[in-house]
Design a protein around this ligand. Structure first.
Ligand SMILES: Cc1cc2nc3c(=O)[nH]c(=O)nc-3n(C[C@H](O)[C@H](O)[C@H](O)COP(=O)(O)OP(=O)(O)OC[C@H]3O[C@@H](n4cnc5c(N)ncnc54)[C@H](O)[C@@H]3O)c2cc1C
Length: 391
């Protein structure tokens, strides 16, 4: 590989925050809102120009269940607030039985909704602004500056070039564990990605969602570099391949109905999994019903009825970096990864990470690993989160 040395330079330190959240997906939005509600000065940095990540820019518009499939609502707090926000325009509806508390029916009908991605993006953005979160769009995280085991500054790039911000605490909600890698954390990749695309078309009468999904062997562990992630060529190839297949589907539909018009294509790479933190604990499917002593939230399995999991705090925070925590699909989950990557669980881990970050800013302890777990659990409960209930 040919290389060139970049000139050393000083960077402007643009601002100082209590909490910097990298990535404005569902997890990042939940983290930023909960940190702000807990009186932290928060900045949310997003490389694209809307909030919601895969859920909005990826057109992934099914808000998977908040319940366990046995009639019990398991996920509450911001995850439930976001579900309501996503259907504010009336596009999707909460199932009647859940509104009427018809327990027998709730055992059969799961508490999930479909939503309009743009309504959700706009409502999330409004909420962030109302809560006092400073949003930086069109800004890409690129590195950290560490002193010992602590991140002191984050480096970003915008159209003017590189700049730094100072932050007491950092939430990695990039979906790809970008901050973890730069901070020297151990990361892991999973090779269950598919070439896919969720897209919307107008069929002459209404707008409908269509899904293209196909196994795509190119993106497997062998070609994925843990340090650099997917190369820009691989990402481009995934986007081009998905788009080509979507175009073919649209052409085919046009032959049957000439009024078919695409109205929204995915505008974010639709990888299900790239990298995640290797934390103190890696959540496994076999952890079902394991009530960890550091449990900070509860969630069910969107794929089947019955299982209930408790989220250990130690699956969220970094191992080598005292003031770094993850949220969303890049937390430390092994075989349970397919469960935790669902939108409501991402919102839940976002709320946990944001709340913990605000508490850390105010606590004597300066590391997540020694944060007062009782206080965190109680704060989350006060916010309406189910933490350690017996089901
Ligand atoms: C094809 C597909 C279908 C799915 N279907 C469903 C479904 O039906 N229901 C469901 O609940 N879940 C579904 N999922 C899973 C779910 O959508 C995601 O796992 C979840 O939305 C992830 O949220 P997140 O906030 O953790 O990450 P993301 O949504 O990936 O958000 C990360 C954000 O960080 C930003 N970012 C990344 N790197 C940087 C950087 N360096 N600097 C600045 N910003 C950065 C990104 O632009 C993005 O906005 C699906 C996923 C895929 C790929």
């Amino acid at each position: 590989m040919k290389r060139i040395k970049e000139n050393a330079r000083y960077l402007e330190i643009r601002n100082e925050y209590d909490v910097a959240v990298v990535g404005g997906g569902v997890a990042g939005a939940a983290a930023a809102i909960s940190a702000a509600r807990n009186n932290a000065k928060v900045c949310l940095i997003e490389r694209y120009c809307a909030i919601g990540g895969l859920a909005t820019l990826g057109n992934v518009n099914v808000y998977l269940p908040l319940c366990d499939g046995k009639g019990n609502k398991i996920i509450t707090g911001i995850a439930e607030e976001f579900m309501k926000l996503s259907i504010l325009d009336g596009y999707g509806k909460i199932p009647e039985c859940w509104l009427n508390n018809n327990f027998e029916e709730c055992k059969r009908v799961r508490l999930k909704v479909e939503f309009n991605p743009w309504t959700f993006a706009i409502e999330l953005e409004k909420l962030l602004i109302d809560e006092g979160v400073e949003i930086l769009y069109d800004t890409r995280f690129s590195d950290v500056i560490k002193e010992g085991n602590k991140i002191t500054h984050l480096i970003f790039e915008d159209k003017k070039g590189r700049f730094a911000i100072k932050s007491k605490v950092v939430v990695d909600a990039s979906g790809d564990a970008d901050v973890c890698v730069c901070a020297g954390e151990k990361v892991v990749s999973v090779d269950t990605n598919v070439a896919c695309g969720w897209f919307f078309c107008f069929d002459g009468e209404k707008v409908k969602r269509y899904v293209f999904s196909q196994k795509y062997d190119h993106f497997n562990r062998q070609v994925y570099d843990l340090n650099t992630g997917f190369s820009i060529e691989q990402t481009t190839q995934q986007i081009l391949s998905s788009r080509e297949n979507i175009s073919k589907i649209i052409e085919k539909m046009k032959n049957e109905n000439s009024r078919i018009l695409p109205v929204s294509l995915p505008s974010i790479p639709t990888f299900r999994m790239t990298r995640r933190l290797k934390g103190l604990i890696e959540l496994e499917e076999s952890h079902e019903k394991t009530l960890f002593s550091d449990a900070v939230g509860m969630f069910g399995d969107w794929r089947k009825s019955g299982p209930v999991y408790y989220m250990p705090f130690s699956a969220l925070y970094a191992v080598r970096t005292s003031n770094l925590i993850t949220a969303g699909r890049c937390i430390s989950a092994c075989s349970a990864w397919d469960i935790i990557r669902a939108i409501p669980v991402c919102a839940l881990t976002g709320e946990i990470a944001g709340t913990a970050s605000a508490l850390l800013c105010r606590s004597k302890s300066k590391r997540f690993s020694s944060l007062d777990i009782r206080k965190l659990q109680q704060t989350l409960k006060n916010q309406g989160v189910k933490v350690d209930e017996k089901i």
